[in-house]
Write a protein that binds this ligand. Structure first.
Ligand SMILES: C[S@@+](CC[C@H](N)C(=O)[O-])C[C@H]1O[C@@H](n2cnc3c(N)ncnc32)[C@H](O)[C@@H]1O
Length: 187
């Protein structure tokens, strides 16, 4: 079964940071398996987003998708490989990280979508890393078999650094974060 990853955009604009994450998601799951919902058609980002996946003006809340699973840190159950293989749609909040988390996924998404809800543990991933983890789970790798790093400290110069208080999957020995994002943080 073809599985579709749906990103419900919930920020006011499609900021450069969002675009980088959405590009990263497209590379993980492939353009034909990715939908962006709740995107204003007059948004400047539409042309760019169309390169990454299908762009839909309606909210996912109005699409009535069958056999769907919302990924929400507040969900009671954790996503496991056996059930992950059976879902047709995985729905994520296109929400930028906030610390401490404001439970926006629950308040702005899960509440309004029929279907199941699952967590990836209690720690907060960026949307693209949450997609990465779900994609791994659908391929049979359980969450407790993956490696993670909590919090990244990015050195800007000899004096300043930025703390990213999120949870990062380890890929090839390194926390998964795109070069573009690192460049944006450092500039
Ligand atoms: C940066 S997170 C935003 C989370 C937001 N601060 C909150 O408290 O709901 C963006 C999206 O990634 C997914 N996500 C991140 N961490 C998750 C986790 N531990 N479990 C399930 N989904 C997660 C959710 O779909 C979430 O909407």
């Amino acid at each position: 079964m073809k599985q579709i990853y749906v990103i419900e955009h919930l920020e006011k604009e499609v900021y450069p940071w969002c675009l980088m994450e959405y590009n990263s998601i497209s590379k993980i799951v492939g353009q034909s398996n990715l939908w962006f919902t709740n995107i204003k058609q007059n948004s400047k980002a539409v042309r760019e987003l169309k390169k990454y996946g299908k762009v839909i003006e309606k909210s996912v809340k109005d699409l009535d998708l069958k056999n769907s699973c919302v990924l929400d840190p507040e969900a009671k159950q954790t996503l496991v490989p056996k059930s992950a293989k059976k879902f047709k749609y995985f729905i994520f909040g296109g929400i930028l990280g906030d610390y401490p988390p404001k439970k926006r996924t629950k308040k702005e998404l899960t509440k309004f979508v029929k279907g199941k809800e699952r967590n990836l543990g209690k720690k907060q991933f960026s949307t693209d890393n949450a997609v990465f983890v779900v994609h791994e789970i659908t391929r049979g790798k359980a969450l407790n078999k993956m490696e993670f790093k909590n919090k990244l400290i990015i050195k800007i110069n000899n004096i300043e650094s930025v703390i990213l208080p999120y949870y990062y999957p380890i890929v090839n020995g390194k926390p998964r974060i795109s070069k573009e994002l690192l460049a944006l943080i450092k500039c």
